[in-house]
Design a protein around this ligand. Structure first.
Ligand SMILES: Cc1cc2nc3c(=O)[nH]c(=O)nc-3n(C[C@H](O)[C@H](O)[C@H](O)COP(=O)(O)OP(=O)(O)OC[C@H]3O[C@@H](n4cnc5c(N)ncnc54)[C@H](O)[C@@H]3O)c2cc1C
Length: 430
């Protein structure tokens, strides 16, 4: 029986393993976390908005039928009661509602359909998937196993992993499938250093803020589409977009590289609601030669924000203070949903390059023309939010080592990461 090492257990590996679980393969899953629930924070463990879209989510050719099957799979595992499933469209119609309002102000509205599972019900998803897989004799989970190296050796693959005590082990497999997501970029970096030709392109990093404002300002928008996705080229020439809207949601910290630095993110729950909505405003920074380290750039800025905040914290600032380059000393009418031990009141002008700052302000000011109240002086900015996009990797480079999901650079969402795993698994049986 062919022995396959599946490295990391997130959305991509779920797609891969689920597709092969009934076939004649021995699947060894190596996950660095101690169990199925407490793995690195990602959409499959926090928030869980599952999209169907050909306009966003990844660069793969993933047809809408596969996308719908993926959504059904996760909804089924979530056990969210049917009447509780939040479902909607971003800009379903070009004729009605907000589409024209955004369009006329220069935004590009992005069309997608989504289902929201919620952080609370995602636990069922992971547990039900785990229960199904771990009951099979051909699927073996290895928790507390952090993979530090993957190497092709003749026609086989050697993987090196460490346990909790940092003891090192080597194992040989017929094949390794790497699905370590964005949080596992160190492993991918290691492999890329030894095989630079595997990278198809030097890419970008998205840097920005998490914006939080009272629900009543965006009620109409949230009612029409829950998740509004728009992008625009701002006066700096940088592209800016909204991302991950959370009506009645929570702002949260995202920890990178085993708590080396923290950034900000947002999510929402089905059973517990707040009075605020949050969404990200992300500025795409694309680099050209000789610079080719967008991950390094984003990491440095995120670390700078932590240093200024005095530890593993983010900076919180009122919009008017950000615009007027003044440190925030007191919050206004909007109560932050991020616990106070996770932020300091400060000045994001000390963190962002001026082009990034100008892009965020320009975007928000025009957004305010479509949704009045967005630039109220005491609305809140948390910084920084970062989206690292791995360079796209050439999966034909190695015969027996394949990269799936976000670490491959081909996906940026649950649907596309899962789909990538499914497509890669199907090649195994073709
Ligand atoms: C906070 C947050 C919220 C998000 N919300 C959404 C959303 O609502 N909807 C959406 O579509 N997308 C969302 N995303 C993006 C989405 O989560 C990812 O696109 C998707 O999960 C990628 O799947 P993946 O399998 O590639 O990686 P992941 O799901 O991140 O899984 C990677 C796994 O690999 C493990 N791992 C990492 N390194 C190693 C190593 N060296 N050895 C062993 N194991 C390792 C990690 O612990 C993790 O379990 C969100 C992302 C974040 C961070």
């Amino acid at each position: 029986m062919k022995k396959i090492a599946v490295i990391g257990f997130g959305a991509a590996s779920i797609g891969y393993v689920n597709e092969l679980k009934n076939k004649n393969f021995e699947l060894h899953i190596f996950e660095r976390s101690k169990d199925i629930i407490s793995s690195s924070l990602s959409g499959i463990r926090s928030d869980g908005k599952i999209f169907i879209s050909s306009e966003m989510g990844g660069k793969l050719d993933l047809n809408l039928d596969i996308q719908r099957n993926i959504v059904d799979f996760y909804l089924d595992k979530s056990e969210v009661p049917e009447d509780k499933i939040e479902h909607g469209f971003s800009f379903q119609s070009k004729k009605e509602g907000y589409y024209k309002d955004f369009y006329m102000k220069g935004f590009q509205p992005v069309n997608s359909e989504f289902y929201h599972i919620g952080t609370d019900y995602l636990k069922n998803v992971m547990k039900n998937i785990y229960d199904d897989l771990s009951n099979r004799s051909n699927v073996i989970f290895h928790f507390n196993s952090k993979i530090i190296n993957v190497e092709a050796v003749n026609d086989e693959v050697k993987i090196t992993h460490v346990n909790k005590e940092n003891k090192e082990f080597n194992d040989i497999f017929d094949k390794a499938v790497i699905g370590v997501g964005r949080s596992g970029h160190k492993l991918v970096q290691n492999i890329k250093k030894r095989h630079p030709k595997i990278s198809l392109s030097s890419n970008s990093v998205d840097l920005g803020i998490r914006f939080e404002l009272p629900n009543h300002i965006v009620d109409d928008l949230n009612r029409e589409m829950y998740e509004f996705k728009v992008k625009m080229e701002t006066k700096t020439g940088y592209n800016v977009r909204t991302f991950c809207n959370n009506p009645s949601g929570y702002v949260t910290l995202e920890r990178y590289n085993e708590n080396e630095f923290v950034t900000v993110n947002g999510h929402s729950k089905v059973r517990s609601k707040t009075d605020n909505t949050n969404f990200a405003i992300l500025v795409t920074h694309t680099f050209t030669e000789p610079f080719n380290d967008p991950i390094g750039y984003g990491t440095h800025i995120a670390k700078l924000s932590n240093i200024l905040a005095g530890g593993k914290k983010v900076t919180l600032q009122k919009y008017s203070d950000f615009k007027n380059e003044r440190r925030t000393k007191q919050i206004g009418r909007v109560t932050p949903t991020l616990p106070s031990e996770n932020y300091i009141l400060g000045d994001l002008n000390l963190v962002f390059p001026s082009k990034t700052k100008e892009s965020i302000i320009h975007f928000l000011e025009i957004l305010n023309e479509v949704v009045p109240g967005v630039t109220a002086p005491d609305n809140l900015l948390y910084g920084v939010e970062v989206k690292f996009y791995s360079n796209m990797l050439d999966n034909s480079y190695f015969k027996n080592i394949k990269f799936i999901g976000d670490c491959s650079g081909w996906s940026r969402s649950i649907t596309y990461a899962t789909g990538h795993g499914i497509l890669e698994a199907r090649k195994e049986t073709e």
